[in-house]
Design a protein around this ligand. Sequence first.
Ligand code: BYC
Length: 333
Amino acid sequence: MYTQAMDLAPKEERKTVRSAEEAALEQRFEARIDEGAFIEAKDWMPDHYRKTLVRQISQHAHSEIVGMLPEGNWVTRAPTLKRKAILLAKIQDEGGHGLYLYAAAETLGTSRDQLLEALHAGKAKYSSIFNYPTLSWADIGTIGWLVDGAAIMNQVPLTRCSYAPYARAMVRICREESFHQRQGFDSLLVMMREGTDAQRAMVQDAVNRWWWPSLMMFGPPDGESVHGAQSARWGIKRISNDDLRQKFIDATADQAKVLGVRLPDPLLKWNEERGHHDFGPIDWSEFWRVVGGHGPCNKERLAARVKAWDDGQWVRDAALAHARKQATKEQAA
Ligand code: BYC
């Protein structure tokens, strides 16, 4: 009689057989990455690639969901029906982006519940930018212009990310995100061109507060980016943190001129030789403080998410009870 034990080589041999197999799989995977092929959920992938993606995609999903909070703060205070409708639609889009991204992370074998548990326990990261307060209506336009502008700059290259489910989610997200950026710019332009002096001052104040945190969204300098080189090698990140930051600064410096606002950096200057703007030093100690949980709103944001999760328990219970009832009915039919 054949037993399972008879099918297997001795323990030591098994280890080498398995690792030789794995080495071949890894070689095939690397070759596919080099060819620029997309990796699908069912394809073999190294554990580290999978973990890197779960980390990045879940941080991205959490950012979308937490990012709804600073804007939600202004829904009841939007100045016109048109601006309120736009803001509501934008926040709703962000909820949808979070869901696409959680679904993309789930294709890698980590459940949404696990991802949310990590967020609620304060173990998972989300973008540093959402730990700043929205103090005036001009902050909403500025978030659209600068924060969504930075988000698109970072996300367009992700539409070519080697992991296909993430890349596909990014195609949809980027389409919507470009409207988010435009509505922000439009809202600021109206205030700058048709507004009062007080409104123009409000816009300038918002830009002064959001400029530097927006530059931090791209992550630490390349020399300190722990994951940058490996993610570039795997085709997850197509453009480095510093290169994306520079592209964003170049694009926004020109847009600021159209708006008529000053960017709060006395060292910001076009450098003909480099073909880019030079800019002043970024306060990375502030970035790490915020990422470490000590920004102006970290506690408030996390508490709001935990409360929303707890308040929604009855909805999840009801949906599960309904699904069970349906399944029993179908079985009986
Ligand atoms: N905030 O090795 P690095 C949006 C962490 S929201 C917090 O360079 P990586 C929107 C990083 O996670 C925009 N943490 O990392 C929504 C790592 O820590 P761990 C969100 C940051 O992953 C609503 C450590 O620093 N977009 O669109 O290679 C309204 C070292 O960094 C940040 C995305 O998430 C940060 N800013 O590169 C409006 C895009 N930066 O994980 C707009 C997808 C870095 O080792 N993500 N860290 O503990 C990415 O492209 C990359 O993850 C990053 C960082 C460029 C952000």
